[in-house]
Design a protein around this ligand. Structure first.
Ligand code: FAD
Length: 321
């Protein structure tokens, strides 16, 4: 038996959330003595797919049919379902996403597989196959027992530590039969709303709080973010005041981030904000108040005025690039 991971990719690289799903499957495979095989659909270089090995996949099955590039749900469900059957898997792991949710729901019916979505921990064999899930936008957990032989687990974004020490995976071409009906819904155009780096998937985030005093000063955050190749975030009062859009608000009631580096500027570090950033690898806090609670959660801290520090930091970063 094996575990199949459905991986999504963008701009020629596997999505971070899918690497998290592979990392999750790898830990599950170790626990259950099963091999981890991934499946990817559409146009992507095999060298990019081999990177799934770093997160623990032994093999990647590549269905290279370019008709699958657009993410047509029924076609993806059909291809992943065939990969599941051909690879002899009994568990499908995937990242929770809009495409992943739709594919998982269809395959749950087709494969007669119990589905648990927003999974945050490995299953426990405790009175059945018990899976812990996050609910109410992260405010509570629920345990779900899956009773079917086939299982589908959709892993919550940022809930799993990325494994990165595996060797490159072998990539094999997989042929599947796609029917005309699989493409009954056609995607006719895709327009990117923004070129900015996506906040939940960003490797570096620069976030500003009320200490920035107003939206007119946000260029300081944006300039630093640009110099670092980072996404921008903010605290809740900042988005509530309309200084920044709501989708940038980080925390318990906003986006949960898990970057390698989170830079918090003029943010006090209230517990509700920390709930969204505590999966960050490193935290740098810039605050003029040495007693700001955020310093207790920080790996690095600069006590000082953001209006003096940010331009200097940005210039210094530009100089070393
Ligand atoms: C149910 C509930 C849910 C919530 N959810 C969230 C959430 O998801 N996310 C969230 O962020 N908040 C959330 N909050 C609000 C949270 O409790 C805090 O009020 C909020 O995080 C504070 O935002 P802030 O740090 O930007 O502002 P402040 O608390 O006003 O802090 C501003 C900081 O800037 C510093 N500062 C001021 N001037 C400068 C300067 N010139 N240079 C450097 N530093 C300076 C100050 O020392 C201070 O530490 C929630 C609250 C509730 C009740």
């Amino acid at each position: 038996m094996s575990i199949l991971v459905y991986i999504e990719h963008t701009e020629g690289a596997i999505k971070k959330t899918s690497l998290e799903a592979v990392s999750y499957a790898s830990a599950l495979g170790e626990k259950e003595g099963k091999e981890v095989v991934a499946v990817a659909l559409g146009k992507i270089e095999d060298s990019a797919l081999a990177k799934a090995g770093s997160a623990g996949a032994k093999k990647v099955l590549h269905v290279a049919d370019e008709k699958l590039n657009d993410g047509v749900i029924q076609a993806h469900a059909s291809a992943v379902g065939q990969a599941f059957e051909q690879s002899g898997a009994d568990t499908l792991v995937l990242a929770k996403s809009s495409l992943g949710d739709a594919v998982a729901a269809r395959l749950s019916v087709k494969l007669k597989a119990g589905l648990a979505s927003n999974v945050v921990a490995l299953p426990e064999e405790d009175g059945g196959y018990k899976v812990r899930r996050s609910i109410y936008t992260g405010k509570a957990f629920t345990d779900t027992v899956i009773t079917t032989d086939n299982k589908i687990l959709a892993v919550k974004k940022n809930a799993v530590a990325l494994k990165s020490d595996g060797a490159d995976a072998a990539v094999e071409t997989l042929e599947v039969a796609l029917a005309e009906g699989d493409f009954a819904a056609k995607i006719t155009s895709t327009d990117k709303a923004t070129d900015e780096i996506s906040l939940p998937e960003a490797d570096i985030v620069v976030s500003g709080g009320r200490g920035l005093k107003g939206p007119e000063n946000w260029n300081l955050i944006e300039d630093l973010a640009k110099a670092m190749g980072a996404a921008t975030g903010c605290s809740k009062p900042v988005s509530d005041s309309g200084w920044r859009p709501h989708h940038e608000h980080v925390g318990q009631t906003g986006v949960k981030v898990a970057p390698s580096l989170y830079v918090a500027v003029g943010i006090s570090g209230a517990i509700q904000h920390l709930a969204g950033v505590n999966a960050s690898k490193y935290i740098l806090v810039i605050n003029k108040d040495p007693e700001a609670p955020f310093f207790k959660a920080a790996d690095y801290g600069i006590v000082g005025d953001a209006f003096e520090i940010l331009p200097k930091l940005t210039e210094a970063l530009k100089a070393i690039k």
